[in-house]
Design a protein around this ligand. Structure first.
Ligand code: NCD
Length: 396
């Protein structure tokens, strides 16, 4: 389906790390449970605690924010995902992987305090293809001891005793950091250290989605290196205030040197948070256009990343309804876009993309979902320190 991208290269002088923004711990309280600020106090976590940078060393580290990555870390994931896509396992390789998992059983747990279709299932599929056992907790709020008042931190420690990697989603900002902090001093009986992957923390971040969005842009546009990324005009449309995917994607693109222009298209009340915009202008690589007018900028775009209005983040549903039908991508609107536009969306969609657009070859949002399996396989290989598909290294 795709022309192969053999190796995506990072040009050394743009491998800078963006400064972390202060993302406040949530003070929202749910009935019978602590707020994230209270949880942090309870376990002695400093207010602006961050897990260590990855910088090529993924082992034993939690992955809660794209701010932990350098441009080379992004390239490592993209390149490994590309190899995975191009060399889907043969029957013999699968048999070896299964033997490995019998010899060295390792499991991954998903712990979802918020609904999910794609993220949880693609992590679980990726883990199973790699031969990991999967322990699935799709409804932590109702079906775990969280409903009896157990904290996020204690839940993470308990799950960390059972599995070395926990993929956690939670509706509050900071929940992934709480879990990562609670796990950092633990060592399991087999000597491994448990880690958490942030699969979304409220309006904060969704870092593995950013990895797959970047990979999708590179594959769809057949980019060979980061310089090609700098030529692109990338638009993000919708609820940029509450959408964690656009927060992580913007920071990630910036970390890789940035596109030529970022276009943030939204009603003023739902615009991209100012600290994120400021971190871009500090980097100085990309021009930034903030607008509410899609029609004006659409003809310039190489990539359009559409998002839904995040209705679950609004206190006032009447306010939310005011924004719901502001933007709708239809076949008529697509006529105004470039012939080689890449139209992506993290999904789920509501009314913002007309289903008649699905058959347009430029609509890549369902291919994007499939890419999530390859990218999450690559991420798990890195986190378990197992190069794919050179499985001989399993036995070293
Ligand atoms: C997104 C999420 O959960 O943040 N979905 C996803 O993970 N693919 C986007 C959304 O819910 O709008």
């Amino acid at each position: 389906m795709f022309a192969s991208v053999e190796r995506f290269e990072i040009i050394p002088d743009i491998t800078r790390i963006i400064e972390p923004n202060s993302s406040e711990l949530s003070t929202n309280k749910r009935e019978g449970s602590l707020s994230m600020k209270e949880e942090a106090e309870r376990i002695g976590m400093p207010e602006h605690w961050r897990p260590p940078k990855i910088e090529g060393e993924w082992g034993n580290k939690s992955f809660i924010s794209v701010e932990q990555l350098t441009a080379n870390d992004f390239a490592e994931i993209v390149n490994m995902a590309t190899r995975i896509r191009d060399t889907r396992m043969s029957k013999e390789q699968r048999a070896l992987f299964e033997l490995k998992s019998w010899l060295f059983p390792l499991s991954m747990q998903t712990a979802f305090y918020e609904p999910s279709t794609r993220t949880r299932t693609s992590f679980e599929a990726a883990a199973q293809i790699l031969g990991l056992d999967v322990v699935s907790n799709p409804d932590m709020i109702r079906m775990s001891s969280f409903s009896k008042g157990e904290t996020v931190a204690d839940n993470a420690i308990v799950m960390g005793e059972i599995s070395p990697v926990i993929v956690q989603r939670h509706p509050e900002v900071g929940a992934a950091a709480i879990a990562a902090f609670a796990l950092q001093s633990m060592t399991r009986c087999d000597g491994t250290k448990p880690r958490v992957i942030n699969a979304g923390d409220g309006i904060g971040e969704h870092p593995s989605q950013a990895l797959l969005d970047i990979t999708t842009i590179i594959w769809e546009k057949r980019l060979k290196n980061a310089n090609d990324l700098h030529r692109l005009h990338i638009g993000m449309l919708g609820d940029l205030k509450h959408g964690r995917t656009v927060h992580s994607l913007t920071k990630s693109l910036n970390c890789m040197g940035g596109p030529a222009v970022f276009y943030f298209i939204s009603p003023e009340q739902l615009s991209m948070p100012q600290p994120i915009i400021e971190s871009l202008t500090r980097g100085g690589q990309s021009e930034v256009v903030v607008t509410g007018d899609l029609a004006e900028v659409l003809p310039s775009l190489d990539v359009l990343y559409v998002t839904r209005i995040q209705n679950e983040r609004f206190k006032d549903l009447d306010e939310c309804r005011r924004y719901e039908n502001l933007y709708r991508i239809t076949p008529e609107i697509m006529k105004e876009a470039k012939k080689d536009l890449t139209l992506i969306h993290p999904l789920p969609r509501r009314g913002e993309i007309d289903p008649r657009v699905d058959s347009d070859p430029r609509a890549a949002y369902f291919r994007q979902v499939g890419n999530g399996v390859d990218v999450r396989m690559a991420l798990l290989c890195c986190m378990f320190d197992r190069p794919y598909p050179n499985f001989r290294n399993w036995y070293k």
